[in-house]
Design a protein. Structure first.
Length: 208
């Protein structure tokens, strides 16, 4: 049990690394004070440009994928004497911990990013098929509307539905539902801006 607790804590701390904030500080800006105030890749693109945003995007995705890979690696090394079902539950647990770490990072007073990139990384290792379907839907919506938030919200709504359709299993489907709810909750400020027609569009630059 101690091993599991330490692994979940480690995954939370990995997810908590505020990549966007750190890169912004290196560039002399505090992303929390500019644009949407978010430290994720979308606001980074708005403030620091697309190259910095791509770096943040891939790093935040890697945080999620890494913890899933770590559990799989430890299971192969027989570090845990668990059944396949318990290993699957552990993979879901560390993935959710990494997402929560990204959203509620202790390094920024528990106010982090939206969790989309880290969730994407978790899904790459945990359930790639739903992600393969959601990705082109997300990109199409962003291209047509230029609102990343709309693509993210639609993707979050589709996630548990696709997991049911693709028969990913009850544990992973439950994870999809919880993760989807977290993503939508984090996008409540975006929904308010969309309703008031003040939401930022993708590609819109703000000078720091």
């Amino acid at each position: 049990m101690l091993k599991v607790s330490l692994l979940i804590l480690f995954s939370y701390l990995v997810g908590s690394i505020p990549t966007g904030y750190l890169v912004g500080r290196l560039k002399g800006v505090d992303l929390r004070m500019l644009g949407s105030g978010n430290v994720g890749a979308t606001n980074v693109a708005r403030i620091l440009g697309i190259r910095a945003a791509i770096f943040i995007l891939f790093f935040d995705m890697a945080k999620g994928a890494m913890v899933i890979y770590l559990v799989s690696l430890l299971a192969n090394w027989q570090f845990f004497s668990f059944s396949p079902e318990r290993i699957e539950f552990l993979r879901v647990s560390v993935g959710l911990a990494a997402i929560c770490g990204h959203i509620f990072t202790p390094f920024l007073e528990f106010r982090g990013g939206k969790g989309v990139a880290t969730l994407t990384g978790v899904l790459i290792g945990l359930a790639p098929m739903p992600m393969i379907i959601i990705l082109p839907v997300f990109l199409t919506i962003v291209i047509l509307t230029r609102f990343v938030s709309v693509g993210s919200i639609v993707g979050a709504l589709l996630l548990p539905i696709l997991m049911c359709i693709l028969k990913q299993g009850p544990i992973i489907t439950l994870f999809g539902g919880i993760a989807g709810i977290l993503i939508i909750i984090r996008h409540i400020p975006n929904i308010r801006r969309l309703l008031s027609n003040t939401e930022y569009r993708f590609g819109e630059r703000i000078n720091p």
